[in-house]
Ligand binder design. Structure first.
Ligand SMILES: Cc1ncc(COP(=O)(O)O)c(C=O)c1O
Length: 343
């Protein structure tokens, strides 16, 4: 039975060009700083994001853990959206590794207003409270449906945060989806943050890897943290070579994933028993709610018919479009969803 895997954009397989590059890439020991592919990837990433330097990391989670560590000190606090990955899904890494507390701020769409940032900052003169050191933004925002921060809102939030003495980290796991969807240069998005992490292993199709970008000084600090966390790899160019290809060839095609997500969401919204907020479907994530089935029942029934998705709440399901999913797969998925909902 053919399987249409819409669980995540992390299930993407490397392209044939990536496979070839993995086999033939010139390699060195990256801990000695002499892996040519890692160096090329880091330079490309820094240039693309308009930052001084970049560091190749094994995962987006490590990117955020390092982002917290670089921007804070133990006993301090970082503000983040209440549905942010850094708050919900990183095993309390900020607390365990950096000794830092995340202060969650509930937002409507993941976009934090200047007023919310101001209100979340602790009074400096009260020694009972932690010191607010930093804020973390997420763009696109996963749990809020893959929505893109309007650039003017991101700029306003960053300006307020910086004006109040906070450092700004951006979890840009899907920053290229945001850039392509909004038609905004990725460097303009990255300029709103001091440090940025983006993932190669999601819509860009690499088997693993993320990149941390920032000033030369922040990247030096990040390198120390990567070593401390055991994330410094040796012939990492085997993977970094795929990242170089991804930045060259896989960014513009994200528009195809967004178009597929839009068609999928529109089709789902027409099915009886489904509610899907189309205004939130701006990139490659499609969240929808079921009126007569639980998310787990729906996931199981679709799975039996070869469509894989993920229940993310009692009645909520997420489908993710990505490289390898075609317009035809979207039509097949809609037929299977209709069948499942009518049984
Ligand atoms: C917004 C966001 N940040 C960070 C991550 C972590 O990336 P990784 O799975 O590479 O650790 C994810 C993964 O899904 C994510 O969606």
């Amino acid at each position: 039975m053919p399987v249409i895997d819409l669980r995540s954009d992390t299930v993407t397989m490397p392209t044939p060009e990536m496979r070839k590059a993995m086999a033939t890439a010139p390699l060195g020991d990256d801990v000695f700083g002499d892996d040519p592919m890692v160096n090329e990837l880091e330079q490309m990433a820094a240039e693309r994001l308009g930052k001084e330097a970049a560091l190749f990391l094994p995962s987006g989670t490590m990117g955020n853990v390092v982002g917290v560590a670089v921007n804070t000190r133990p006993g301090e606090e970082m503000i983040a959206d209440a549905d942010a990955h850094v708050f919900l899904y990183e095993g309390a890494g900020a607390a365990v590794i950096s000794g830092v507390q995340i202060r969650p701020v509930a937002t409507a769409t993941g976009v934090m207003t200047p007023a919310q940032i101001e209100a979340a900052i602790r009074p400096r003169d009260d020694f009972h409270q932690p010191i607010t050191a930093a804020v973390s933004f997420e763009d696109t925002h996963n749990r809020h449906g893959g929505v893109v921060w309007p650039l003017k809102d991101l700029r306003a939030a960053a300006q307020t945060a910086r004006g109040l003495g906070l450092r700004v980290h951006l979890d840009g796991a899907r920053i290229f989806n945001a850039s392509v969807a909004a038609g905004t240069d990725v460097a303009d998005i990255a300029a709103c943050a001091d440090t940025v992490t983006f993932c190669l292993s999601k819509g860009l199709g690499c088997p693993a890897g993320s990149v941390f970008c920032g000033s030369a000084e922040d990247v030096d600090q990040a390198r120390r943290w990567r070593k401390r966390l055991g994330g410094a790899m040796r012939q990492a160019g085997v993977i970094a070579a795929t990242g170089v290809i991804a930045l060259r060839t896989m960014v513009d095609r994200l528009a195809e994933d967004h178009a597929n997500a839009c068609t999928l969401a529109e089709g789902l919204a027409e099915l009886s028993g489904v509610r899907c907020d189309l205004s939130r479907v701006q990139t490659n994530l499609v969240f929808f709610d079921l009126e007569r089935m639980t998310g787990s029942e729906f996931e199981a029934e679709c799975g039996k018919r070869g469509v894989l998705g993920g229940a993310t709440g009692p009645n909520r399901v997420r489908f993710v479009t990505h490289y390898g999913i075609t317009a035809g797969d979207i039509q097949s998925t809609l037929k299977i969803c209709e069948e499942v909902l009518s049984t």
